[in-house]
Ligand binder design. Structure first.
Ligand code: PSU
Ligand code: MN
Length: 292
């Protein structure tokens, strides 16, 4: 009997993306869902400068409750390691640590991307998540990206860097809270096995980088675009007024949207994270089956 296939999970969503105690409950639930679907969950984070692929329950609880947990993107890695700090990993660093640990697939909520500028043009704030997808061979399962980002420009960037974007049961790129964005994905897949075949083909060709697998939020949890758009516009303006920069921008926008929409966006967020954990486990199992 071989070991069950592993699924990586990130920790920025735990430390900075959701309020306590929902963050801790969600992290525990995502691990349980991965197990129920035949895979082995590995929540990734940094404790005392050590990169860990498979945090213990008490380490997850620490990242869910401690105040001084740094949000760690790629450029922060040498700092937290040298100074032995605690860190929550973003999509970029979770991918990188997962790959180092031999894990091929990772489930999260939404990826970072190209931010919206004030005058409607794209901002120069571009998440390191996109470059990581270009370089590191890990499948990232998400609900697309929040419309806090410039979604058309984010997809152009992924195209430029050769990142294939898959839609699960959809031809449209999902916009996190909303199932649709009006923007096309590169390919629609209706099963985990189809995704596994595309991944195997990509690896077989020797192409570098990851695969972005997008899953629309479950219908009952969806917040229509017309409802969320004014909230996003307000939060984006406030971020600009405060002259926020760099790593501060995304957590600020996420917190303000949560405050302005209340329990609704929290419920949406939890629903899509659990849904993505299930999909990632199913793809991991399909990959293992095809490898045999
Ligand atoms: N988008 C979300 N929820 C999140 C994040 C993004 O809807 O929790 C987090 C992820 O960890 C992502 C990071 O990798 O924010 C991107 O941050 P930045 O834009 O600073 O690269
Ligand atoms: Mn940024």
């Amino acid at each position: 009997m071989t070991h069950p296939p592993q699924v990586a999970l990130e920790s920025t969503v735990i430390s900075h993306g959701l309020p306590y105690p929902h963050n801790l409950e969600l992290a525990t639930e995502m691990e349980a869902i991965v197990r129920q679907h035949g895979a082995d969950p590995r929540t990734i984070g940094i404790i005392g400068g050590e990169l860990i692929a498979g945090l213990s329950g008490s380490q997850i609880e620490h990242l869910a409750t401690a105040r001084d947990v740094r949000k760690v993107s790629r450029r922060d890695l040498p700092i937290v390691v040298a100074r032995r700090l605690d860190g929550a990993t973003t999509v970029a660093t979770t991918m990188w640590i997962a790959h180092r640990a031999g894990i091929e697939i990772f489930a999260t909520g939404g990826i970072g991307g190209v931010h919206r500028g004030l005058d409607g043009s794209p901002s120069s704030d571009i998440s390191a998540d996109l470059q990581e997808l270009a370089q590191t061979p890990v499948i990232v399962v998400c609900a697309g990206a929040k419309a806090i980002l410039d979604l058309p420009t984010t997809l152009e960037y992924l195209e430029t860097y050769g990142v294939t974007v898959v839609g699960i049961g959809t031809d449209e790129f999902p916009a996190f809270y909303s199932r649709k964005s009006g923007l096309p994905v590169d390919v629609r897949c209706d099963s985990a096995a189809e995704v596994a075949s595309i991944w195997r083909a990509k690896r077989g060709l020797g192409l570098p980088g990851g695969l972005l697998v997008t899953v629309p939020i479950p219908e009952e949890a969806e917040i229509p675009a017309a409802e969320i758009e004014p909230v996003i516009a307000q939060a984006t303006n406030e971020a600009a007024e405060r002259r926020l920069r760099s790593a501060e921008v995304t957590p600020f926008l996420l917190t303000r949207i949560a405050e302005l929409t209340g329990a609704r966006s929290l419920q949406a967020n939890l629903a899509l994270l659990k849904n993505n954990a299930q999909m990632a486990a199913q793809i991991a199992v399909a990959l293992a089956a095809q490898a045999r």
